[in-house]
Write a protein that binds this ligand. Structure first.
Ligand code: GUN
Ligand code: ZN
Length: 437
């Protein structure tokens, strides 16, 4: 089969390393081309350079795509999101445990039904691509069919996605609870069918400590021990009522994190959503295992859970990723997540620069998910997942950007004012998968 060559012309911004927290990125960490081009061969990036430097190198049959006036970046990454909660976004909140019982669990019950799961998976992926998000680590429901439907839809679109079946064998409606070991067997079947297939990976998904028995958590730890290339995702220390409940349920563990440690769930591929109410000693315990905290700012603000101290994590050597946590989160857009992260940071005296924001949304998240050798930056050999941003998307954005001087100012203003209208197109695996109407 002959290879397909494409050349996407426009401005390009990518991080190749952590730019740091200052207004000027650390030397060598970012790349920008004003009139650049990305040469894509099938699903991979062949070269990124000035358009003038590449135009003479590409073969005659190359398809040329003109994005002059637009800004290309690596596809955005969401490290923690619940596809089964799209229909309850912005359900009149109150706090976590009420919100779970009143809205979340009833919505997830519907995912026993294949037709609902399939239609929801398609709707969710449409929305992700409209927002420029090409990879996510996804909670499905406790029904295996919710996972099969999600992976099948992602596979058809050739997306890099990580997903898993929720495990919970207590403290939830009967229609959602697993048989303790039956849930593990279902997970093993899903791993066999999907993990490592095309661009898909499996993530073991005990919902959170209160909804799994010690026996179930032990069994999850056993699966992880035997297959260290699997991911694991759960929730940790989001809300004070939740933390008090965990200490009642697991009095023998030293603290909430200790429950996960005691069952072998804390490792380099483990993502713990929230991690708001942690002390430095707990942050260091997580860091020592190479785990990451998914910072979910719009969710934390919506549910009033608290302000995640991103720099305290950094100082403890603990990796953080960025996530929407929809349906607790109020925006599926990476821009919405960045705006929330900026606001949380501002309240903690830790404002977020545009450099650091876009780094977190792309390469930072790819690193946290051990995917930086494939996605998260625009470099030769990387998979061609690209978001095309339109600085003229709205009259206001256009006017605001016309008032900026430096790239730092432009990136920051785009970060704070961008939304799904800013996404002109999204590419995945070297093909266009979304085009703004
Ligand atoms: N803790 C346990 N389940 C959930 C959930 O679905 N969303 C959030 N935000 N926290 C949780
Ligand atoms: Zn969540």
């Amino acid at each position: 089969m002959t290879a397909t060559h494409r050349l996407l012309r426009g401005a390009i911004f990518t991080c190749v390393d952590d730019p740091g927290e200052e207004n000027t990125p650390l030397p060598g960490t970012t790349r920008y081309w004003d009139d650049g081009a990305i040469w894509i061969v099938d699903g991979h990036i062949q070269a990124v350079d000035d358009h003038a430097a590449l135009i003479g190198r590409v073969p005659a049959e190359t398809e040329h795509v003109d994005y002059r006036g637009k800004l290309m970046m690596p596809g955005f990454i969401d490290s923690h999101v619940h596809y089964v909660q799209l229909d309850i976004m912005a359900a009149y909140g109150r706090e976590l445990l009420d919100w779970l019982n009143d809205y979340t669990f009833p919505a997830e019950c519907r995912f026993a039904e294949q037709a609902h799961a399939e239609a929801s998976a398609e709707r969710f992926l449409d929305e992700m691509l409209r927002a420029g998000t090409t990879t996510a680590q996804v909670f499905c429901s406790s029904h295996p069919v919710s996972v099969d439907s999600f992976f099948a839809a992602a596979q058809r679109r050739r997306l890099r996605m990580i997903a898993g079946k929720v495990l919970m064998d207590r403290h939830a409606p009967a229609a959602l609870v697993d048989d303790t070991l039956g849930g593990i067997r279902d997970s093993e079947r899903l791993i066999a069918d999907w993990h490592g297939r095309d661009r898909l990976s499996y993530t073991l998904t005990p919902r959170f400590a209160p909804t799994s028995s010690a026996e179930q958590l032990d069994a999850v730890g056993g699966v992880l021990r035997n297959a260290p290339d699997l991911y694991l995702q759960t929730h940790l220390s989001e809300n004070r009522g939740e933390i008090a409940w965990v200490s009642e349920l697991f009095p023998e563990s030293r603290d909430y994190l200790g429950v996960y440690e005691d069952h072998g769930l804390v490792g380099p591929r483990s993502t713990f959503a929230h991690g708001i109410h942690l002390d430095d000693e707990q942050r260091r315990r997580l860091a020592a295992e190479g785990a990451n905290i998914a910072f979910c700012p719009t969710s934390n603000l919506f549910l009033g859970s608290g302000l995640m101290d991103r720099l305290a994590c950094r100082d403890a050597g603990l990796a953080t990723s960025l996530a929407s946590d929809v349906g607790g989160g109020t925006s599926l857009s990476g821009f919405g997540t960045l705006q929330g992260a900026y606001q949380v940071g501002a309240l903690l005296g830790q404002p977020l620069t545009g450099w650091q924001g876009f780094y977190r949304l792309t390469l930072g998240n790819a690193r946290a998910l051990h995917l930086a050798d494939r996605i998260g930056s625009l470099e030769p050999g990387q998979e061609a997942d690209i978001v095309v941003l339109d600085p003229e998307a709205t009259p206001l954005l256009s006017r605001r950007l016309s008032q900026t001087g430096s790239l730092a100012e432009r990136l920051f203003a785009m970060m704070m004012l961008g939304d799904d209208r800013t996404v002109a197109a999204t590419w995945a695996d070297g093909r266009r998968v979304h085009q703004r109407p």
